[in-house]
Design a protein around this ligand. Structure first.
Ligand code: DQQ
Length: 547
């Protein structure tokens, strides 16, 4: 059983072995955080999907339990697919999921805890009302899935969304609206919360309120003048999670995105790297909303099988509306993650001349690094419009790596992590600022260059990133990078733009992995401060009984 495992993470959630995908139905109950995930108990590839179950008191250290939900009835015998959790009025949690039936049709179903007094909620029973929904006439029964957390509507009835696709061309993504008086008996309203042509199947919708003025999270049913709503969908066609901030009209149960100019009306991405099928939940323990997202592998299926596992969950992220620009959300690793920090090192006031590279004297593959750059002078005070956040930032980053010259730029400057001393391997996270030279606004790109991340040739090395919104009051550009073997999560400007990388260095592993600050731009930049930490490994106590 001893396989060479340089890519297994040290402080991200992973089951002991085999395949994992979407996060499902997270919630907090009787002192425990419950986390479920799409899980194949038999192999490191997708198939035979069940709900794996893990619990934690701090969202950092985990205990896995035996499978919570597996396919054993006609409506879910081929698989228990993604879904969400809710609380009954008496406080008991229930789970909603999609079943893949014996006839390969998608159904919606639910489960209740066998013993609500058990804080670990080990045993779940399928509800007698199952299936709670079958594909409505006229809809595609193989594109009808992923129920959301229900919320209480203005009419006193519960509402829930199920992702689907409609239209002759099957390209109009939609979120079908269901209602219920008791959370057990559901009916289709015949309506959608929103539909957008050209987006294809909407997987894993998520719909929730955010406070206009506060970082604190809101319980899913909260409405009112201080509230905006977020609709997130996972686009099967693009394999990315998109969201919009908008207005929910509770009288008509419709939702309108505030900024329709953005690409698809959904426009923004939580994460410009590997991050899919995400799900938020309201953590009533700490009064915040937390986002979980799945980061799939970027290596071959053969590699997954050889190492015996596939995929990680990103660190849970605190998520809220940017108080300075209510057009977009901000994400930050939950504060509990900071408890893993060790051996802090700080340096201040480093000038990075053109072409400079500075060794941070920090080695290893479990790191947390925060860098604050002084805002390059010529760009200071130049605001950027939210339209700039649209998806083509990704293309701009690729152009940069290809060496295409942009007019009037600062950078690329940033960090190389998981880097060998000769830079034969390196994962580079950097900023690039430019304008058109005609007095227009500056634009700031935040990019991840993975082209040199591994000497291996059969791993995905796509470059990604996007624009970062810079407010007039910003005096620095900051980045936080969390390195964990094959997973790197990078947050710019306090979490306004984020991307997750999966990388597989061959030489930059263990003590050979170094960190450098670099400036490959033509102008010098100043590092106001850089702090770095080693990150402790988390404790995951794996279930040892029957799966
Ligand atoms: N994964 C699940 C589906 C969902 C998809 C199946 C998204 O329910 O639509 O494993 O990754």
């Amino acid at each position: 059983e001893h396989v060479y495992q340089p890519y297994r993470t040290g402080y991200h959630f992973q089951p002991r072995k085999n395949w994992m995908n979407d996060p499902n139905g997270p919630f907090f109950y009787k002192g425990w955080y419950h986390f479920f995930y799409q899980y194949n108990r038999n192999a490191a590839v997708w198939g035979n999907i069940t709900w794996g179950h893990a619990v934690s008191t701090d969202l950092v250290h985990w205990r896995t339990l035996h499978t919570a939900l597996k396919g054993d009835d006609w409506y879910d015998v081929k698989g228990v697919w993604s879904g969400s959790a809710a609380f009954l009025p008496n406080g008991t949690p229930v789970l909603y999921y999609t079943g893949w039936s014996n006839a390969s049709q998608q159904t919606q179903a639910m489960a209740v805890p066998e013993d609500p007094s058990d804080p670990l909620l080990k045993e779940w029973d399928k509800a007698p009302q199952n299936p709670i929904a079958l594909t409505p006439p006229g809809y595609n029964s193989s594109q009808f899935r992923d129920p959301t957390t229900p919320w209480m509507g203005a009419d006193g009835e519960w509402k829930m969304l199920v992702g689907a696709v409609v239209g002759e061309d099957q390209l109009t993504g939609t979120a079908l609206l269901y209602t219920s008086k008791d959370l057990f008996n559901w009916k289709f309203t015949g309506k959608s919360l929103q539909s957008i042509h050209g987006t294809g199947m909407w997987e894993c919708p998520d719909f929730y309120p955010v406070d206009l003025h506060q970082k604190k999270g809101l319980e899913t049913s909260v409405m009112g003048p201080h509230v905006k709503h977020v609709l997130k969908v996972s686009l099967d066609l693009k394999k990315h999670d998109y969201y919009s901030v908008g207005t929910y009209d509770a009288k008509t149960d419709s939702y309108t995105a505030d900024n329709n100019k953005l690409d698809t009306g959904l426009g923004l991405r939580y994460d410009y790297g590997k991050f899919y099928a995400s799900k938020t939940f309201f953590d009533q323990n700490k009064g915040r909303r937390i986002l979980w997202g799945w980061a799939n592998e970027s290596s071959s299926v053969a590699d997954d099988v050889a190492k015996g596992w596939s995929s990680v969950q990103c660190l849970p992220r605190h998520i809220w509306l940017d108080p300075e620009a209510t057009t977009n959300l901000v994400q930050w690793p939950i504060e509990e993650v900071d408890a893993l920090r060790m051996n802090k090192m700080t340096k201040e006031g480093i000038t990075l001349e053109k072409g400079a590279m500075v060794d941070l004297m920090r080695k290893g593959t479990q790191l947390d690094i925060e860098v604050e750059f002084a805002m390059p002078e010529s760009s200071e005070g130049k605001a950027q419009s939210p339209e700039l956040l649209a998806e083509n930032g990704h293309l701009q980053c690729s152009d940069l790596v290809a060496g295409k010259k942009m007019a009037h730029g600062f950078g690329p400057f940033g960090l190389h992590v998981l880097a060998t001393e000769d830079l034969a391997e390196r994962t580079s996270i950097f900023f690039y600022l430019y304008n058109d030279g005609k007095g227009g606004d500056w634009k700031t790109l935040f990019c991840g260059d993975h082209s040199m991340s591994s000497l291996q040739t059969d791993v995905d090395k796509t470059t990604y990133g996007s624009y970062v919104t810079i407010h007039k009051s910003d005096t620095s550009l900051s980045v936080r990078v969390l390195v964990d073997h094959s997973t790197v999560e990078s947050f710019a400007q306090g979490g306004r733009t984020v991307f997750t990388s999966r990388v597989y260095p061959e030489k930059a592993i263990g003590g050979a992995a170094k960190v450098y600050l670099f400036n490959n731009g033509s102008e010098s930049v100043t590092v106001k401060s850089v702090s770095s930490w080693d990150m402790a490994s988390i404790n995951i106590k794996f279930w040892s009984g029957a799966p």
